[in-house]
Every structure is written in structure tokens, then in C-alpha cells.
Design a protein around this ligand. Structure first.
Ligand code: HEM
Length: 89
């Protein structure tokens, strides 16, 4: 693998991991920790919940794009395995 491609993959992987950690924390905190609507009666916790939802959604979208780039960068390897195991000619 060329140096340029390795660097691209490394960068994509590190950013994906950071986004995954953000997704896990914002998703789990919203689900298990923060109070929901009426319970919190429009105070700071509701604003924080809304903020986390926006962060979660954008992190999710960027994560999906990065996973697609990850697959594209690994495509020759994936194709050769498809051939090796007889899934593709
Ligand atoms: C591609 C990755 C992901 C996408 C696109 C995504 C998207 C979403 C969306 C759209 C919601 C609903 C938010 C709303 O109320 O508007 C949600 C909720 C949630 N997500 Fe994710 N998510 C992703 C990854 C993850 C991961 C890795 C976790 C790991 C724990 C996670 C945990 C949760 C939880 C627990 C909720 C419910 C939060 C609540 O009860 O309000 N998500 N996600």
C-alpha cells in the first residue's frame, strides 16, 4: 500500500473512532441519563438533550460518509477476497 493511501486510511480510521465515541456518549447519555421533555420542564437539561441530539445526528451522518470512504479505500482488498473465496469472478 502506498504511503499516501496509508495516511488517508489512518486519518479516516482515527476520525471514525472519535466520531464513534461521540456517538456512543451522546446516544447513551440522552437515552439513560438526561430527563425527557415534561420531566425536565424546559430547563437546562432539555437544552442539553437537544444539543446532544444535533451532535449525535451530525456525527452519525459524517460517520456514515467516513465508513463509505473506508470501504472505497479498502476496495482492492475486498475485491481480492471476493475472488479468493469464489463470491465474485
Ligand atoms: C451511523 C451511526 C448513527 C446514526 C446515523 C444514529 C442516528 C440516531 C438518530 C437519528 C437518533 C434519534 C435522535 C432523535 O431523537 O432525533 C438516535 C438515537 C440514539 N442513538 Fe444513535 N446513531 C448512530 C450511532 C449510534 C451509536 C454508535 C450509538 C451507541 C451507543 C447510538 C446510540 C443511540 C441511542 C441510545 C439513541 C436514543 C437516544 C434517546 O433515547 O433519546 N447511536 N441515533
Amino acid at each position: 500500500m502506498s504511503n499516501g493511501k496509508s495516511l488517508k486510511l489512518w486519518t479516516v480510521n482515527v476520525i471514525s473512532f472519535i466520531l464513534f465515541v461521540i456517538l456512543c456518549s451522546t446516544g447513551l447519555i440522552n437515552w439513560l441519563v438526561l430527563p425527557r421533555g415534561y420531566e425536565a420542564r424546559g430547563n437546562f437539561w432539555v437544552s442539553l438533550r437537544h444539543f446532544f441530539i444535533v451532535v449525535h445526528e451530525w456525527a452519525g451522518l459524517i460517520f456514515i460518509v467516513l465508513i463509505a470512504i473506508h470501504i472505497v479505500l479498502h476496495w482492492p482488498y475486498i475485491k481480492s477476497n471476493f475472488k479468493k473465496y469464489g463470491i465474485m469472478k
